[in-house]
Ligand binder design. Structure first.
Ligand code: IVH
Length: 693
């Protein structure tokens, strides 16, 4: 330790203080690394505490000198194996996209229809640039920043509180009056300039470079060492609200004003539009403005300004009915198509994948693109060797728009789409009316079987350590495992596995242990493991939370196979699910082979219940409701959406299973039928009370 350490803080001048803070930041960071990462402390706890205390004392005397990477901005320990989880008090949902003025007009009409508004009555909107970063939720309790999380699956995100504390743009305390609790949502991003500087520095230091500012922002926020985040120059715009214990404003615009007053940056290009008709010209203006901005935006978000209307409109699936992202046209480039390869997916679909000469499209290096299916290749007359126009829209996998015919080389050749699976050789067929050719090998096709098993054992699903793709492929090839249930018989073959090449007694025993440890599995992981199309982590969680137990889930899914069933209707109405996903689930449960697999798994494992949503505690939850007559204060669509959001089922006709009939003006035969069957009947006012309106 140098002499400076003991020099009294009171005696330091500004320059000495600055130097001392730099030294302390380095020394503390080094001690942290040794302690947390290498598990080999270099100094005693008492010495460490002295360093921190001295740092705090100097900062208290010279607040203007507090460094971005100051140890005082870091709290607690870096978690060892990753980030903890934080549950959002209100889900963090996403936005629907539109790409044209027609689609935008359709968004507005839908909202007006839902609200029962005149089709030409103006709707006041707020327009905000759509920042291309990563969304975060910030919890403030009594004005103090207490927790921050990434979006994660929308229900639960990663706890990045310590890292967020290092962001200069994040007020640690809200200025002025603050509610007891509020979740403030916004976007963390990196400016283009900071991104370029970071990549340059990384390159020099031989570190990892990033493909674009968004990846750089995400990579910088998700650092186990907050000191690294602190050194990365992240910015933040706030733009939305989650849970809140009190009413903040009547209009979104006023909410943005409050955010500003609390000390947040709100994007200065945000505008209040008194009339939705102003959106088109604003969109054009923003398209121009975009190029000159020092940060990436990929569209404009339009939000209905009136918060009471937002509340009434609510959500459908995963997106609000009161906001939409009008995206800018996708970025394009031209490059050469070097080859077309065929990929066989989990469901046997043969997908042609273009191998491209690498090209930069809007900041991302693209070397592969999907060609969708064989018709697409024929329709666009795409040939190997062609120069092709490609485009990338946001996160979407790049697409090939078509060949540049003027540049077609002499040797360009047509692609013959295989009629056999390139992996197992089985016949690959196209059902009539289907665009996709599928391998008929089913689980006998190693590509499909191995893909599904890999998914089953993967980290977010069963998380079986030591059972990666390579092992699965080998075990599959040798007949040790064919279906997922066979995984649980592997411990019975431990001795044989130990003798395999590259194994040994220890690794075989470890594998058996890893498998045994997963004989109990939470419902959400189990649902995810099934590998049903469109059922990723987020949807698996939604289903698990809704159904609570495996028994319930399986029963409901088998019933929902019938598209006219109540169970199907309920499934479609789960917030975040919707008809397309319900269809995939039904297709899975309609397949006898899948049910046999489930039976086999049930014999091997215990599937743990999930805590059911709090939403089910509403007085309407589980009730079957019928609406009749004309409601005065809301449209039928709104009433139905509200009832379903509260966990009720809405049906069209009154029967013995109906719990409640809600009557509007001129209720007809349904009211008399209800009276006959003794079904409880309430009027619109009572319905509003029950629905908490
Ligand atoms: S509002 C319920 N406003 O876009 C709607 N989102 O595609 C909450 N985003 O996940 C989002 N700028 O990460 C909103 N001004 C803005 C935004 C914005 C960027 C992101 C956000 C969201 C994604 C949806």
């Amino acid at each position: 330790m140098t002499k400076r350490t003991s020099a009294p803080v009171e005696g330091l001048n500004k320059e000495e203080a600055r130097a001392e803070l730099a030294r302390l930041a380095g020394a503390i960071a080094e001690a942290d690394r040794a302690y947390y990462e290498a598990d080999a402390p270099k100094i005693t706890d008492a010495e460490y505490d002295r360093l921190r205390a001295r740092n705090a004392a100097i900062e208290a005397r010279f607040p203007a000198l507090v460094r971005a990477d100051s140890p005082s901005r870091r709290v607690g320990a870096a978690p060892a194996g990753g980030f903890g989880k934080l549950r959002h008090r209100e889900p963090m949902l996403s936005l629907d996209n539109v790409f044209s003025s027609e689609d935008f007009a359709e968004f507005l009409s839908r909202a007006r229809r839902f609200l029962g508004r005149d089709p030409v009555a103006p709707l006041a909107l707020v327009a905000e640039p759509k920042i291309d970063g990563l969304s975060i939720s910030l919890t403030f309790e009594h004005g103090r920043f207490t927790a921050g999380a990434t979006r994660g699956d929308g229900i639960e995100g990663e706890d990045v509180t310590a890292n967020l504390k290092t962001l200069p743009a994040l007020p640690q305390r809200l200025a002025g009056h603050a509610p007891a609790l509020i979740e403030i949502r916004g976007e963390v991003f990196m400016s283009k300039e900071d991104f370029l500087a970071l990549n340059e520095a990384q390159e020099k230091a031989g570190g990892k470079t990033f493909a674009n500012p968004r990846n750089a922002a995400a990579g910088s926020l998700r650092q186990l060492d907050p000191a690294i985040t602190a050194s990365r120059r992240l910015s933040l715009f706030a733009y939305a609200m989650g849970a809140c214990t009190e009413k903040i404003a009547d209009a979104h615009w006023d909410y943005l004003e409050r955010l500003r007053a609390w000390g947040f940056s709100v994007n200065p290009l945000s505008r209040r539009l008194a009339h939705d008709a102003e959106a088109a010209s604003l969109q054009e203006e923003m398209t121009e403005t975009r190029a000159g901005l020092d940060y990436d935006i990929d569209g404009v978000v339009y939000k209905i300004d009136d918060l009471a209307l937002q509340h009434r409109l609510g959500f459908v699936g995963r997106a609000p009915r009161w906001a939409v992202a009008w995206k800018f046209p996708a970025e394009q480039a031209v490059t050469q198509l070097e080859d077309i390869l065929i990929q066989v997916g989990r469901t046997g679909a043969l997908t042609p994948v273009a191998q491209l000469k690498p090209v930069n499209v809007g900041g991302v290096l693209v070397s592969r693109a999907t060609l969708h299916n064989e018709d697409e290749i024929a329709r666009k007359d795409i040939r190997i060797g062609d120069w092709v126009q490609i485009q990338r829209a946001g996160d979407v996998i790049p697409q090939i728009l078509g060949p540049v015919l003027a540049r077609r080389p002499k040797g360009a050749r047509k692609f013959a789409f295989p009629e056999a699976c390139p992996v197992c050789g089985s016949h690959a067929v196209r059902e009539t009316g289907e665009a996709v050719r599928r391998c008929t090998g089913g689980l006998t096709c190693p590509a499909q079987a191995v893909e599904r098993l890999r998914h089953f054992a993967s980290r977010p699903a069963f998380d079986i350590e030591g059972l990666g793709e390579k092992t699965i492929a080998e075990f599959y090839a040798d007949g040790l495992i064919r279906g997922p249930a066979d995984i649980f018989s592997l411990p019975a073959h431990e001795a044989a596995i130990a003798k395999r090449e590259g194994w040994g007694e220890t690794s075989a025993r470890n594998l058996s242990r890893a498998i045994a440890a997963r004989r109990n599995i939470p419902l959400a992981r189990f649902i995810l493991a099934l590998g049903i199309r469109r059922i990723g982590e987020a949807n698996a969680h939604l289903l698990a939370r809704h159904y609570g137990s495996y028994r319930h889930f399986r029963h409901a899914m088998q019933e929902a196979v019938d598209p006219a069933s109540e169970h199907r209707r309920t499934l479609e109405s789960i917030l975040g699910i919707g008809p397309a996903i319900a269809e995939e689930l039904s297709a899975f449960f309609a397949e006898p082979r899948n049910l046999t697999t489930l039976d086999a798994l049930e014999r091997e494992i215990t599937i743990e219940d999930e805590a059911v949503d709090r939403g089910t505690a509403s007085p309407l939850s589980g009730k079957t409701i019928v609406f009749t007559g004309t409601l005065a204060t809301m449209t039928r669509a709104e009433a139905k959406a509200r009832a379903e959001a509260l966990g009720a089922k809405v049906t069209d006709s009154v029967s013995r299973t109906t719990d409640l009939l809600v009557t509007g003006a001129e209720a007809g035969s349904k009211a008399s039928k209800a009276a006959e069957l003794g079904v409880a009947t309430i009027d619109e006012q009572e319905w509003r009370r029950l629905a908490g309106l």
